[in-house]
Design a protein around this ligand. Structure first.
Ligand SMILES: [Zn+2]
Length: 414
C-alpha cells in the first residue's frame, strides 16, 4: 500500500562519515550482493585503501558541501548510467544527519546509520548500526523504514520517527508514524498516507487510516498514567473547522485521557503558513493561541499533554501551543503526528503521470470493491474520463519519469 522498495543494486557510501570505524567486514559481505562505490573527499587517505577490494573508491566533493550539488549529482548519474542502474535501485549510505538533509530532496534512496532518532527529515531507512545494512540491502523489511510502522506486525518504539523541538527551555518530543510529501512532490502521488493527508486538508474528511495510526503510536510509547493526561488538537483559525476534533474525542475515550480541545482556542487569523520559512512561521504564530476565556478554568496544571496534529514541518504550531501550556503550568508536552514533512527537490520539478487522453495528471485512487490502489485520470469527476493505469505499472512509469538526471549548468544564469 505504501512505497514499494526495489531490490538495491548499488550503494554509494559516504565513507568519510564512517571515520571511527571503516566496517570492512560489512562491506565484504555486502559486496557479494550489491555494487559498492565509496565516496571520499580524500582518495589518498591510507586508511581506506583496503576498500578497493570491495568496490570502487571515488573522489567527490562532500555531501555537506552545498556548492558541489551539481557535481555530486552528475557524478552519481554518470556512475549509475555506466552500470545501467536506475536511481531508484540505488541508495546513498551515510552516518551524517547533515548529509541526510541534503539527500532527502533527491530521487535516490538514502540510508542513515545512526543511533540518534531526532530528524529534520526522515531517512528512507534507518540502521542503528552498520551491521543492519545487511538486513536492509537484502530487503528483509520489504518496505521503507519510515513506513514500517504501518505494517500490521507489532512495532518497537524505536521504529517511530521522532523530532525534538525546543520551546521555552523545555523539550517537546514529536512522534511521527511516517513521512509526508507535499502536493507538488512526485512521491506524494504514490505515497498513500500523504495523499490522504492532502485530501483531508482540502475536504476536512477523516480518513479511516488515521485513527488506527494514532492509536498504535500512542499505545507504543505512552507511559504516563491516563488520568493525568490531557489530549488536545490544534485549534482551528477563526471560521475554520477542527479537522481532528472527532479523532481526539475517540482517542480520549479509548485511552481514558481528558479531552482538552475546547480549552484552547485560536482567536486570531494567522493565514497560510505553507509559503513561510521556519522563522516566519514562528513569528506569524506568536500569541495566536490562548486558553478559552469562556470556560474560565485551567485543566492543564500538572498534567502531561498530548498534542495531535496531522504533520510536522518546522514545528512552529506545536511549539507555540506547547509554550502556552507550559506557561500555564502543564507538566510536559508530547505530540503525535502522522508524518514528518519531507524536503522538495529544489533543482528539478517532478513529472507526474499524464492521462493519454486529456494530458492532465493521473492521481492515486482506491477501488471501492477491494480497496486496491490504481491511478485514474484527474478529469474523471469533471468530464468522466475513465482512463486508468494499474498501481504497479503507474509506479514503474513514475519512477522512470523521475530518474535522477544530469543537471546542465547554464553559463548565462547565476
Ligand atoms: Zn483523462
Amino acid at each position: 500500500m505504501f512505497l514499494k522498495v526495489e531490490p538495491f543494486q548499488l550503494l554509494f557510501i559516504d565513507i568519510d562519515t564512517f571515520s571511527e570505524d571503516y566496517c570492512e567486514e560489512i562491506w565484504k559481505t555486502l559486496a557479494n550482493s550489491v555494487k559498492l562505490v565509496f565516496f571520499t573527499v580524500d582518495v589518498t587517505n591510507p586508511k581506506i585503501q583496503n576498500l578497493h577490494l570491495y568496490g570502487e573508491v571515488c573522489h567527490f566533493f562532500g555531501f555537506s558541501n552545498i556548492f558541489a550539488f551539481i557535481d555530486n549529482n552528475n557524478l552519481m548519474v554518470e556512475i549509475l548510467n555506466s552500470f545501467n542502474i536506475k536511481s531508484d535501485q540505488a541508495a546513498v549510505v551515510t552516518k551524517s544527519i547533515d548529509s541526510l538533509d541534503y539527500l532527502t530532496g533527491l530521487n535516490i534512496r538514502n540510508i542513515l546509520v545512526s543511533g540518534q532518532g531526532d530528524f529534520e527529515h526522515a531517512p528512507d531507512f534507518l540502521c542503528r548500526s552498520s551491521r543492519d545494512l545487511i538486513e536492509v540491502t537484502q530487503n528483509i523489511l520489504g518496505t521503507y523504514f519510515a513506513e514500517n510502522f504501518f505494517l500490521n506486525h507489532p512495532c518497537p518504539k524505536s521504529m517511530l520517527l521522532k523530532k525534538v523541538l525546543k520551546s521555552d527551555n523545555a523539550y517537546i518530543n514529536v512522534f511521527a508514524g511516517g513521512r509526508y510529501y507535499k502536493k507538488n512532490c512526485c512521491q506524494s502521488q504514490y505515497h498513500f498516507l500523504s495523499n490522504k493527508i492532502i485530501s483531508n486538508k482540502t475536504d476536512g474528511k477523516e480518513n479511516p487510516l488515521f485513527y488506527p495510526l494514532y492509536k498504535k503510536m500512542i499505545k507504543t510509547c505512552w507511559m504516563n498514567p491516563s488520568n493525568n493526561t490531557i489530549i488536545v488538537s490544534v485549534p482551528p483559525q477563526p471560521g475554520k473547522i477542527n479537522r481532528f476534533k472527532r479523532l481526539v474525542e475517540n482517542l480520549s475515550r479509548f485511552f481514558g485521557f481528558i479531552d482538552g480541545s475546547d480549552y484552547i482556542i485560536c482567536p486570531l487569523n494567522y493565514g497560510n503558513n505553507k509559503s513561510r520559512n521556519a522563522v516566519e512561521r514562528a513569528k506569524s504564530l506568536q500569541g495566536v493561541f490562548c486558553l478559552n476565556p469562556e470556560l474560565n478554568s485551567n485543566p492543564f496544571i500538572g498534567k502531561n499533554v498530548i498534542i495531535i496534529d496531522d504533520i510536522v514541518a518546522s514545528g512552529a504550531t506545536i511549539s507555540e501551543i506547547g509554550s502556552l501550556l507550559l506557561n500555564n503550568n502543564a507538566n510536559n508536552i508530547n505530540a503525535f503526528v502522522m508524518g514528518i514533512n519531507q524536503k522538495n527537490n529544489f533543482w528539478e520539478n517532478y513529472s507526474p503521470l499524464l492521462c493519454p487522453n486529456c494530458n492532465v495528471p493521473m492521481i492515486l485512487r482506491m477501488r471501492n470493491r477491494d480497496s486496491k490502489p490504481f491511478f485514474g485520470c484527474q478529469n474523471y469527476f469533471s468530464n468522466g474520463c475513465t482512463q486508468t493505469i494499474s498501481f504497479d505499472n503507474g509506479m514503474l512509469k513514475l519512477k522512470a519519469l523521475n530518474n535522477l538526471k544530469v543537471i546542465e549548468e547554464d553559463p548565462f544564469e547565476f
